[in-house]
Design a protein around this ligand. Sequence first.
Ligand SMILES: NC(=O)c1ccc[n+]([C@@H]2O[C@H](COP(=O)([O-])OP(=O)(O)OC[C@H]3O[C@@H](n4cnc5c(N)ncnc54)[C@H](O)[C@@H]3O)[C@@H](O)[C@H]2O)c1
Length: 328
Amino acid sequence: MALKVLITGAAGQIAYSLLYSVAKGDVFGKEQALSLVLLDIPPMMGVLEGVVMELQDCALPLLTEVVATSDEAVAFADIDAAMLVGAMPRREGMERKDLLAANVKIFKSQGAALDKYAKKSVKPMSHGLLSFKVVIVGNPANTNALICKKYAPSIPASNFSALTRLDQNRAQAQLAGKLGVAVEGVYEAVQDDNWLNNEFISSVQQRGAAVIKARKLSSAMSAAKAIGDHMRDWWFGTQSRWVSMGIISDGNTYGIPEGLIFSFPLTVGEDRSWKIVDGLDISDFARENSNLHMNDSASSKWIHHIFIVAKYNIILHLLDEFLPQDIA
Ligand SMILES: NC(=O)c1ccc[n+]([C@@H]2O[C@H](COP(=O)([O-])OP(=O)(O)OC[C@H]3O[C@@H](n4cnc5c(N)ncnc54)[C@H](O)[C@@H]3O)[C@@H](O)[C@H]2O)c1
C-alpha cells in the first residue's frame, strides 16, 4: 500500500529538491509506493501545478499519486508522514516578533489540522506507538514544532520533531574537511579544542549566511538532503549511529527544562522510537553556552547553537529558547 506523505511549502525552493528525493525512494525505501500530498497557500497554486507536472514528467515508478492542495483538511487526512517545510520567511525589516506571530498562526492551524484530520487514521504499530511522524522544518523550527504539538493534544509529543540535521551535516562536513577523511569517518578523532571552539563553530554557524551570500538564495538542496536524512533515520532506525533531532525535552538527564523541543543526540530503534544518548561528557564550553542562554529567558529569545563535545563524538545542538508559556 502507498504511504501518504505530506510536504508543505511544496512550491518553495527546499521542496523542489525534497520532492524529487522522496519520490525516488531515498527516504522511505526503494520498494515503497508513495502518495505525495503537496500543500501550499492559494497564491502559489499555479506554481505548484508546474511542480506537479515536473514530478509526473520524472516518471518515477514509486509515485502512485500526487495531490496538490491549499486545503489543510485535504492535506492532513490519512497521512503517514509529514514534512512541514512551509513557513513565513523573514523579510527585510521584519522583526523577529512579527516573524513569530506569522508562524504561530501557521503552526497553530496545522497542529489543529493534524489533531482533527490525521488522528482518525493514525495507525498504531504493534507496540502501541503511533506510526506516523512529523518533522517541522520552517523556522524557527523548534518553536514551530512546539506550537504544532500544542495544538495537536491527542497526538503524543514523541511523534513531533524539529529539523536540526542540516547543522549536524554541516558540522560533519567541516570536520571531514579538517581531518581530510570521508564524512563517515569524522567521529574518530578531533582533538583540537581551540579549532573546535572557534573556527569550527563559527564556520558552521555562518554557513547558512555564506550560502545566501554566494547563491543569493538560502540553502535548499542541503536542507532537503537533511530533511530526507532525518526522516529516513526515524523511519528505519539508526542502529548505533547518533543523530541530532529536535524532540520533546521531557525526562532528559542534561538539565534542559522540560516541555521544550530541544535538539539532543539520539538513537532510533527499529520500532521508530527515539532514545536520547545519555551520559555524554559535556564540555565546559558547551555547558557555559547552554546555561548562558537557558537562564536568560527574560530577554528576547533567539536560536542558539550548543555543541556537546564528547571524547570521540561531536554533536551540534540547536536550542530555540522559546518556553511554552511564550506561546499564545
Ligand atoms: N530547520 C532548518 O534547519 C532549516 C533549514 C533550511 C531552511 N529552513 C526553513 O524552511 C522554510 C522553507 O524554506 P524555503 O527555502 O523552501 O522557503 P521558500 O520561501 O522558498 O518556500 C516556502 C514555501 O512555504 C509556503 N507557505 C507559506 N505559508 C504556508 C502555509 N501556511 N502552508 C503551506 N505552505 C506555506 C510558501 O508559499 C512557499 O511556497 C523556511 O522557514 C526556512 O527558514 C529550516
